[in-house]
Write a protein that binds this ligand. Sequence first.
Ligand SMILES: CC(C)(COP(=O)(O)OP(=O)(O)OC[C@H]1O[C@@H](n2cnc3c(N)ncnc32)[C@H](O)[C@@H]1OP(=O)(O)O)[C@@H](O)C(=O)NCCC(=O)NCCS
Length: 143
Amino acid sequence: MMYRRMQESDIEKVIPFYIEYYNARGDEWTEESVRHRIWQVLGSPDSYCLMAEDGENVIGFAMGRFERFYDLTAYNLVEIIIGEPFQNRGLGTALMQELERQVKEEGAALVQLMAVNDDAHNRFYGRLNYQDTTNLVLKGKFL
Ligand SMILES: CC(C)(COP(=O)(O)OP(=O)(O)OC[C@H]1O[C@@H](n2cnc3c(N)ncnc32)[C@H](O)[C@@H]1OP(=O)(O)O)[C@@H](O)C(=O)NCCC(=O)NCCS
């Protein structure tokens, strides 16, 4: 697997990954809404996004951005997707490990993310040693 920084021109290549996965689970993403979502991350000042490729084939991608705190810089992972045909072969784990290596080199001391709270995601992130936070809880309010 080869890894490289995502460019604006890669957005079109990863849109189908997003739509295939999430729309199969009841979402109604369109090319336009996915393009917008990815650009909100990729186009922001401290973004760091990786493409995972096997030759010409895109296998998956991960996107996120650095966030500065007074005492450290964190990397907030916003999304990671491995294409459905390539899942469960260790490639998502390998992409996470490569991303961790690279963002650490760029100065991040911590990777944080919000995950779907189900067994599969808990196993995936748990094996990579991600812990559930005890001091923070996600709060939301529909307007
Ligand atoms: C989660 C994901 C990145 C893992 O990549 P992967 O290459 O399949 O993972 P690996 O082969 O390294 O590890 C396998 C583990 O991933 C998890 N996993 C595999 N397919 C999954 C899926 N469709 N959804 C959620 N988790 C999945 C499971 O924990 C699995 O371990 P298990 O055998 O104990 O069930 C990938 O499955 C994916 O893109 N899922 C859809 C999008 C998504 O859920 N992204 C994360 C948002 S928080």
